[in-house]
Design a protein. Structure first.
Lengths: 175, 660
């Protein structure tokens, strides 16, 4: 009898998750990395293989690190917000092209616009592991000393940007 | 007035569906034939009522009645008539109406082709379908009424989403829904059999043509969607592992498993419980797909407007229908008993292995689709699982399945001998290996994936040839032509569908292996070369469409100095929603597509342009079409026709032959 109940059980678990999924909104979770130094990396740049981008390049400024990929639909969702942020010039945004095909990434930026100062290529997702990336998109706010101050899992939205990220950037820049 | 008639017809349809979903099933349980006799007239009546509602909505669109909220939201007075009619299923409410309408079409078809079925069986089948219909009609009437009025009426409509203003929109959703909803028939057959406790070979034979037809529609529907994405999104991609694509792919995988499992139940009486479960799964996944698209729990290019009330309704409906049927399964299936035994190496064994692989693949796709949702539910954030996951999981699962596809039809039922099989396929294996190793080198590049693709495609085709040769040896007399014609159509259908897969695999392999593309900045008169073709950009001009303005580029394509094509990609701005769409221009061919799409305007009249050379890309959809044709051919087999009129047990002699 029990093996005949198995499909029902699996389905019940799924319905449970779907029900929760309907009610819950995505929220940021405390990351163990917040308050810690951002993991170092040195990766080739998307637009110029010859050059690399490393953590030290951003020392002394407050900046955003955005993990994205051309195959990621959430990245499309948050993209206009990144473009606005880039236009406003409050803080430089650096992109991390995560597990992506180079030509697709370039075409993507070509199509939708490029909000990034520089894009580094994390083809194998190694740096993603160091940063504890669950999936793309994810965005980090990193301060002048290279310490992670905030982590957004999932697409940025207007509310998070105006209520959390912008005030945080101002606070960090004033320090 | 007309919209109110439509609304009223839906209310009446709900009442009829309630009758159809209860009394005949009760009648079948207590053996009351007067109650059972209600099923067919109720189903037909429901069909005409929903047809009326559908017609009313079509009329509202055709006459630009912007006092209907749904019409005002999804069309515009400038929108051409064919798109206004396609706009019926352009958003949530109307596509539900289409869903229900197609469900009633299938019901009507069941009433027409079920006179040979025992009355209790027929009333249970129609009863179950009636219950499904109750859910959808209730959903429409409670939270998604397509006939809701907008008072005062809008002066102008908001227009159909420009992405959907495409010939693909006219065909893709109806085809897809014919497939989705078609599985409701197999589902209803399975539940009826569980309720009646008569899961026998006859039941499987009755279910088979219905399932195959639904599968054909779904195959074509998915292929159309993929082709549409290919030229409409301007990316040259044909499959994105988008949640909604997955939602249509999962029922397809389960349906493919079901088609094969039904074959075993039909011919050998085995796999009964498994077949029932697959029938429930295929339809459940169709419903789940509907839920995923409608509730807005996942982000996707197909996202419709979301409303938590709707999500909750669909989820409850899902829980009742799927939960209920799985409960019934858990309760009744243990009594079904097993079919005849078989050795692990036998046709049953191979089919079972293939089935398991398909179901595991379905599970993998389901997991990848829902994983972001699970994380979200556990409060871990919203993420995307993309092609890297699906590609790395899917290929290893499908590769052995395609290998088995070649051997399966050659193996004997019940017990096959490996040495014997190996002897029969040794030529096929040799030819495939040689092709796999040699062809990529001839084409100028060798990679493991290229080789694998050619190996599988070649294996499928050559084993099919081996199978035909062996079959012919059993047919006596006549010339080669008459002997070929004597093989049953179901057999040809199977081979054709399998070869469709081979064609598909060739397409995917060639595109993945040899496509080339360039993103270039092109000014007037600039030249770029992709895949041996030279593209010359001759500037852009402004053009006007019925409801958009566009910039149209002109590209001269030539090869070795000879002109091959003139391409006119467009960048359209749809006026009503002020939305920009990229309209790629494609020169299609059997062995390659040339694809141009305009990116962004740059300074001095230059444009960023994407140029693609896609070898064999049309084989991808061609393969799907061949699969569907194979299915259609199989359904037309004599085996099903006499079986519809006579009682079973009369198996045509040559069908047994094919069953060897």
């Amino acid at each position: 009898m029990s093996r005949f109940l198995l499909p029902l059980t699996i389905f019940a678990v799924m319905v449970g998750f779907l029900a929760v999924g309907l009610t819950l909104n995505p929220r940021e979770i405390p990351s163990p990395l917040i308050g810690k130094a951002a993991p170092a990396f040195s990766l080739p740049q998307l637009h110029d293989d010859g050059k690399t981008l490393s953590l030290d390049d951003m020392k002394g400024q407050v900046w955003l690190l955005n993990f994205w990929a051309s195959w990621c639909s959430g990245c499309r969702t948050e993209h206009p917000i990144l473009m606005d942020l880039a236009r406003s010039g409050v803080a430089p945004i650096y992109g991390m092209d995560y597990k992506d095909q180079k030509h697709e990434a370039l075409a993507w930026l070509d199509q939708w616009g490029n909000p990034y100062q520089v894009v580094a290529v994390d083809a194998a997702g190694r740096v993603g592991i160091d940063y504890g990336v669950y999936g793309v998109p994810e965005t980090y706010v990193i301060d002048k000393q290279g310490v992670i101050r905030y982590k957004q899992i999932g697409p940025l939205d207007d509310e998070t940007v105006t209520k959390k990220i912008l005030p945080l950037i101002q606070e960090l820049q004033a320090k | 007035m007309i919209p109110e008639i439509g609304h009223f017809a839906l209310i009446l349809a709900l009442c009829v569906a309630l009758v159809q979903g209860t009394l005949p099933i009760y009648g079948a349980a207590v053996g009351n034939s007067r109650l059972m006799a209600l099923a067919s007239p109720a189903a037909r009546c429901q069909f005409f009522l929903v047809l009326t509602a559908f017609g009313c909505l079509a009329y509202a669109f055709a006459s630009k009645d912007f006092s209907v909220l749904y019409v005002a939201a999804t069309s515009n007075s400038q929108l051409p008539l064919h798109y206004r009619l396609a706009a019926i299923w352009g958003a949530h409410e109307g596509s539900l109406l289409l869903w229900t309408f197609i469900l009633t079409i299938w019901m009507f078809a069941v009433t027409l082709f079920s006179s040979h079925l025992p009355e209790a069986m027929r009333s249970r089948i129609l009863g179950v379908m009636g219950l499904v219909s109750v859910g959808f009609l209730l959903f429409m009437l409670s939270v998604s009424n397509p006939f809701e009025r907008l008072i005062p009426a809008a002066v102008e409509g908001r227009d159909l989403n420009p992405l959907l203003q495409d010939p693909g929109m006219v065909l893709h959703p109806p085809m897809l829904y014919m497939g989705y909803v078609g599985f409701s028939v197999a589902f209803a057959f399975a539940l009826a059999a569980l309720l009646g406790g008569n899961l026998d070979a006859a039941w499987a034979r009755w279910s088979r043509p219905w399932t195959t037809v639904a599968w054909c529609f779904l195959t074509i529907g998915i292929a159309l969607g993929s082709g549409w994405a290919y030229y409409e999104l301007g990316w040259g991609g044909w499959w994105f592992w988008d949640p909604v694509e997955n939602a249509s792919f999962m029922p397809w995988l389960a349906g493919t498993a079901l088609v094969h499992s039904l074959a075993v139940t039909d011919k050998r009486g085995g796999f009964k419980v498994w077949t029932v479960l697959l029938a429930i799964m295929a339809f459940s996944l169709s419903l789940l797909g509907t839920f995923l698209v409608r509730s807005g729990v996942l982000t996707s290019v197909h996202a419709f407007a979301t409303d938590p009330k709707r999500g909750l309704f669909i989820l409850s409906f899902l829980a009742v229908v799927i939960g209920g049927s799985l409960l019934l399964y858990a309760w009744r299936a243990p009594r079904v008993g097993l079919g005849g035994g078989f050795a692990p190496v036998s046709r049953e064994g191979f089919l079972l292995a293939n089935n398991v692989l398909l179901v595991v693949a379905t599970g993998a796709v389901l997991l990848g689709t829902l994983y972001p949702l699970f994380l979200d539910a556990l409060d871990l954030g919203k993420i995307s699982v993309g092609p890297p996951y699906f590609d790395s999981v899917f290929v290893p699962l499908i590769t052995p399945a395609l290998f088995l596809m070649g051997v399966g039809p050659l193996a004997q039922w019940k017990k096959a001998e490996i040495p014997d099989l190996a002897k029969r396929v040794r030529w096929a294996a040799g030819v495939s290996m040689l092709t796999a190793l040699g062809l990529p080198i001839v084409l100028g590049e060798w990679t493991p994936l290229l080789s694998l693709g050619f190996l599988l495609a070649c294996w499928i085709v050559v084993t099919a040839v081996v199978s035909v040769r062996e079959q012919l040896a059993h047919v006596v007399g006549g010339g080669i032509g008459t002997r070929l014609a004597r093989l049953p159509r179901a057999y040809w259908g199977m081979l054709l569908a399998h070869c469709g897969i081979a064609v598909f695999v060739v397409g995917v392999t060639m595109v993945k292996g040899f496509e080339t593309e360039q993103d270039v900045r092109m000014g007037m008169g600039d030249v770029a070369t992709v895949g041996g073709y030279t593209f010359r950009f001759d500037g852009v001009q402004n053009v006007r469409g019925p409801n958009y303005t566009a910039v149209r580029g002109t590209f001269h394509v030539s090869r070795d100095g000879r002109e091959t094509a003139l391409l006119y990609p467009e960048k359209r701005r749809y006026t009503a929603q002020n939305q920009v769409m990229t309209e790629a221009a494609i020169d299609s061919g059997v062995v390659r597509d040339l694809y141009v799409s305009l990116g962004e305007p740059l300074e001095d009249g230059a444009w960023s342009v994407r140029l693609y050379h896609k070898p064999f890309v049309n084989w991808i959809w061609g393969g799907c079409l061949i699969m569907a044709l194979g299915g259609a051919l199989a359904v037309s087999d004599r085996r099903y026709r006499p079986a519809w009129r006579r009682e079973p047990q009369v198996v045509p002699a040559n069908a047994q032959l094919a069953g060897r």
